[in-house]
Design a protein around this ligand. Structure first.
Ligand code: ADP
Ligand code: ZN
Ligand code: ZN
Length: 742
């Protein structure tokens, strides 16, 4: 960057400031002071004076130039460079640009994905003094505790600081100090990793069966860059992933292994660490900023070549990615719900294109979009039709709950489910019960006047939780006690309706008092290690019944589980969303896959009020293609994705009047802008299904159709322009192909 050898001397830097307002979503030009010219690079974090008061903000360098065409009198100088290295590369700029165009996000939203969280708040590496060997203790130390200390440090060089050494082996600090004094030991400042690395058992490679071997071969030698492994649950996809990663390691390339959120991580991490050792980076949402920073740095310095994590692991600073693998490709958690509302599948695809690396999707139940594309030849399809260890798929049974009611069974268990549960428990086998709703009762209502408890801040009914005897809002966390009498009419006919997992656990305990249960849902997994603790406890057989929400539906492998009970298959089916059939099919198939993972065989009992629905029927028959063919016709007829795209323009505001006025004006402008685009439907404006969350009213406009290149961005400009006088009060959320429309 210096003037040497005719290189350009950069005098100006384009900077994006670390601020959320859509009004500063621009690249601002700053002057580069001479003393920085030598070091400045794209991707550096800088301090810049900003606005009228010259407030010092963090900024990020997006471009460098020799000339500036505007009025230089208004140009302020960069104040200083932060960090010792740039946080992103020129190649990352392409990715940011893609995100801006595709998800209509701001620059800063895109930048934040690529840099370590917390770095702007001052998070840095943790440095500790660690003991090192210097001189071997001479004969004079023989048989003294010093020799022992020396040996420990020698064998585990660089691992211990003074307190850790003293605590773990019960050495006194004074004897350690003596060794230090005699310079047998020295201390050295080193960067330590905050992440606690558990020990993992070795997981030795398996000999691939022909279907697995074919998958591996196809991916490694194929011309294509994008693959979909459609393999039934238990078909040994993970073993294929492990072999793929091993191949990448051999050729010196990096691998990114994505799993849906935290829930799958323990098992996957267990297998990966068991195969490749500890030098794997793990990345998930429950890590602290410090831990994330450390993992980010390890990768930046090239110390690890494999990362396993949730969707954000895609953005880790690998230099030479050879493969990106996305397990459970259909999972909705691959779509971000916060800005930028990116779809990790698309980002992975874009990265694979710009880096020339392989992309592998794997799942038993491909999403409609991905399967559609694989049928069109856009993604290469690889099928694995049999379970890896030749275990049979479980026997599936359907119970029509309307008949149970007719037979006067009001319990949450059908007589059939109850009977099989009883048998399994008596045989000492394990049972999983699945219900996709947490809490005890889903709502509390007065039987006399119809009053229903709702959240004060949100337009949503409160869920009763027995744990703390309070009603909770699942959107904002608001809690309140239940009254003895109806707050509206004073009657004492308050009744609890609808069941959640807490209630299921209570019922199990009622009917099987001696049986130990575990529950896995958002309420029991808030703490950092609770998920892995429940998982390990159930795996170790410390409980016979595991009750859970969709958290347990995903890839968990428990050999002793012989029965899976689905208490209410209709829950997901009845959601007002075009994806509800797809979700139901996926969820039932995934949950069913938890049964019969050993030679004991397995049974799945599904309770439902709509036994004839095709998503239930097809999952019963393990018929993915049957489901796909039905569903794709529905999507086509309704012009839903993959035949169209959806853009949700959501506005929220504490003032309802202002919100309605603003969105109606915006609606007119958008309609005018799209008046010659008959292929795009403009739906709304109308209030969202949940019309208020946390005191903020919510309305939306939904656009549906085929958006050609640049059109979505032009619409965004219309939206920005329409909000320019109200942006401090009216908040905008743009979501391209949202997961749901509530
Ligand atoms: P999936 O991810 O496709 O649902 P898993 O990778 O969990 O399936 O594999 C299911 C089971 O089969 C696991 O217990 C795994 O250890 C076992 N398995 C996988 N591949 C083989 C193989 N080639 N030979 C024997 N067992 C295998
Ligand atoms: Zn009442
Ligand atoms: Zn609320």
């Amino acid at each position: 960057m210096s003037a040497e050898g005719g290189d350009e001397v950069y005098k100006y830097a384009g900077v994006v400031v670390n601020n959320d307002s859509i009004m500063v979503d621009k690249v601002f030009t700053y002057e580069i002071p001479e003393n920085m010219a030598e070091n400045v690079q794209i991707g550096f974090r800088v301090k810049v004076p900003f606005g009228r008061g010259d407030k010092l903000l963090d900024g990020f360098i997006m471009n460098l130039s020799e000339e500036y065409s505007g009025d230089v009198n208004y140009i302020k100088p960069l104040r200083r460079l932060c960090d010792e290295f740039p946080l992103f590369t020129p190649r990352d700029l392409k990715l940011m640009d893609f995100m801006k165009r595709r998800y209509l996000c701001t620059y800063i939203d895109a930048i934040r994905l690529l840099i370590p969280t917390g770095i702007t708040k001052g998070i840095t590496s943790r440095v500790e003094s660690v003991l090192y060997i210097k001189n071997p203790p001479g004969g004079r130390l023989e048989k003294s505790p010093y020799t022992e200390i020396y040996e420990k440090v020698k064998n585990e060089n660089g691992v211990y600081n003074k307190t850790a050494l003293s605590r773990k082996f019960n050495f006194s600090l004074s004897s350690i100090n003596t060794l230090l004094k005699h310079e047998n030991l020295t201390t050295e400042e080193v960067v330590v990793n905050r992440l606690d690395h558990r020990e993992y058992e070795e997981y030795s490679p398996k000999i691939l069966n022909p279907e697995q071997a074919n998958a591996l071969e196809t991916i490694l030698t194929g011309e294509d860059n994008k693959y979909l492994i459609h393999g039934v649950t238990g078909s040994g996809k993970t073993e294929v992933y492990l072999h793929l990663v091993e191949n990448m390691l051999k050729s010196g390339k990096d691998s990114i292994m994505l799993v849906p959120e935290i829930s799958l991580t323990p098992q996957m991490v267990e297998r990966f660490k068991g195969r490749f050792g500890r030098d794997i980076s793990v990345f998930h949402s429950k890590m602290s900023d410090g831990e994330r920073f450390d993992e980010w740095m390890r990768i930046k310095k090239g110390k690890t070549k494999i990362a396993i994590g949730a969707r954000s692991a895609l953005f880790l600073p690998f230099k030479n990615p050879g493969i990106i693998i996305m397990d459970e490709e259909h999972e909705s958690s691959y779509k971000s719900e916060s800005n930028p509302k990116y779809d990790a599948r698309e980002i992975a695809e874009y990265m694979s294109a710009i880096n020339g690396c392989k992309l592998v999707f794997g799942t038993a139940t491909p999403s409609m979009d991905t399967y559609f594309r694989s049928k069109n030849g856009d993604i290469k399809l690889i099928e694995i039709k049999n379970r890896a260890d030749n275990a049979k798929l479980p026997d599936m049974e359907l119970v029509d709950m309307r008949e149970e009611l007719a037979n006067n069974n009001r319990s949450i268990f059908s007589s059939r489910l109850f009977k099989v549960m009883d048998q399994s428990i008596k045989k000492g086998e394990q049972v999983i019960l699945f219900l996709n709703r947490r809490g005890f009762s889903t709502f509390v209502s007065c039987r006399k006047c119809g009053f229903v408890y709702k959240c004060r801040q949100c337009d949503i009914t409160l869920t009763y939780h027995k744990e703390d005897n309070l009603m909770h809002c699942h959107y904002c966390g608001y809690r309140q006690p239940v009254h003895q009498k109806c707050p509206q009419c004073g009657s004492s006919y308050l009744k609890y309706f609808g069941i959640g997992t807490e209630r299921v656990e209570e019922e199990v305990k009622k009917y099987f008092p001696s049986v130990k249960t575990l529950r896995m849902d958002m309420d029991t997994t808030r703490k950092k290690n609770s998920y892995i603790n429940i998982y390990e406890s159930f795996k170790a057989g410390e409980a016979q019944v595991l009750i859970g929400t969709q958290m347990i539906a995903k890839g968990l492998d428990f050999p002793n589980v012989t029965l899976v009970g689905v208490l209410a298959a209709d829950l997901t089916l009845n959601l007002p969303d075009y994806k509800s059939s797809e979700r139901t099919f996926q969820l039932l198939t995934q949950v069913a896959g938890r049964a019969g993972r050993s030679n004991k065989g397995g049974r799945v009992i599904i309770q439902t009020y709509t036994p004839d629905h095709y998503s239930i029927q097809c999952s019963m028959a393990n018929d993915y293609d049957g489901f796909y063919n039905k569903e794709i016709t529905v999507r086509d007829n309704m012009n839903y994705p993959p035949f169209s795209e959806i853009i949700n323009i959501n506005l929220n505001c504490a003032k309802e009047d202002l919100l309605i006025k603003t969105i109606k004006e915006l609606g007119e402008k958008v309609k005018f802008f799209l008046k010659d685009r008959k292929e795009i439907d403009v739906l709304g404006p109308c209030p969202c299904a949940i019309s208020k969350i946390k005191e903020m009213y919510r309305w939306q406009i939904i656009l549906k159709g085929a958006f050609d290149y640049g059109l979505a961005e032009d619409i965004k400009d219309v939206v920005y322009d329409s909000l320019k006088n109200v942006y401090t009060e009216v908040k905008l959320n743009l979501d391209v192909n949202p997961n749901n429309l509530i």
